[in-house]
Design a protein around this ligand. Structure first.
Ligand code: MF3
Ligand code: CO
Length: 247
């Protein structure tokens, strides 16, 4: 079952979304060579609590921290710890907040100091994949329209599209129906309706689309060790388009 949100629910989700957006902007200012990933986690945790919300990821399915910090070949779900960010890394930050019972979830990939033009292009194309997908979101469109938009643009640029993980509906829980894959055919899948809220989140690899999970059960890395980027926003479906709740 896919929930259709009332205008009151959308108002709360807008606030939840703004908290996550602001958290990501705040963290972006702290992504610098030398910072420990645990420091970023602590900053995010305090920031979210100050907004009268709580971190959505902490204890979610046993996840031990408040955000995910995923450098270079870590695709997603990197667990913050003692590791230090180094010059030239790209760092994906995934964060979420729960406000008045409604969840928000979004992600960005940031540059630490100066990065290679290849890494910058990966970040740019991943963001473009998101915007092309978002342009397809409106009442009556289908999930496959989103999937195809991401896959077409990523593969046209020679990149691999992660298949092991996908976008999702969101609301009172972080992961609700429908699943939103980043690969597939336009004109297929569930039909979107005004009032649905979904997270669209391309995870794009410079090399192979294949990934592996570490023994911690969370950390997802590219199989070939090449870098990966992530861009995620929460979109409310409207009659003639969508509203981005986290940007
Ligand atoms: N933001 C992730 C997603 O989009 C969820 C993070 S998993 C968690 O699905 F366990 F860290 F919460
Ligand atoms: Co998500």
């Amino acid at each position: 079952m896919i929930a259709i949100r009332t205008s009151r629910e959308l108002e709360l989700m807008r606030t939840a979304g703004k908290i996550t957006r602001d958290t990501l902007l705040y963290l972006g200012e702290h992504i610098k060579p030398g910072v420990r990933t645990a420091d970023l986690n602590a900053l995010a945790h305090e920031y979210i609590l100050k907004q009268k919300a709580r971190p959505a990821f902490l204890k979610y399915n046993g996840y031990p921290k408040s955000i995910c910090v995923s450098p270079d070949d870590v695709v997603v779900h990197g667990i913050p710890g003692s590791m230090r960010i180094e010059e030239g890394m790209i760092v994906s930050i995934d964060a979420g907040a729960v406000y008045e019972g409604y969840v928000s979830d979004a992600a960005r990939t940031y540059a630490a100091g100066r990065i290679s033009t290849e890494k910058q292009r990966l970040i740019d194309v991943t963001r473009e994949c998101f915007y092309r997908a978002a342009a397809a979101v409106r009442d009556g469109a289908r999930i496959g329209d989103i999937s195809a938009a991401v896959q077409t643009h990523a593969e046209a640029n020679g990149y691999g599209v992660v298949r092991a993980l996908e976008g999702h509906g969101i609301g009172r829980k972080m992961h609700e129906d429908p699943g939103v894959p980043n690969f597939g055919k336009a004109g297929t899948g569930v039909r979107l309706r005004a009032g649905m809220v979904i997270c669209v989140e391309p995870m794009i690899n410079m090399g192979t689309w294949k990934v592996r999970f570490e023994a911690d059960g969370w950390t997802c890395r590219t199989e070939d060790g090449q870098p990966s980027a992530h861009y995620e926003n929460m979109l409310a479906v409207m009659a003639d388009g969508c509203e981005n709740l986290t940007e």
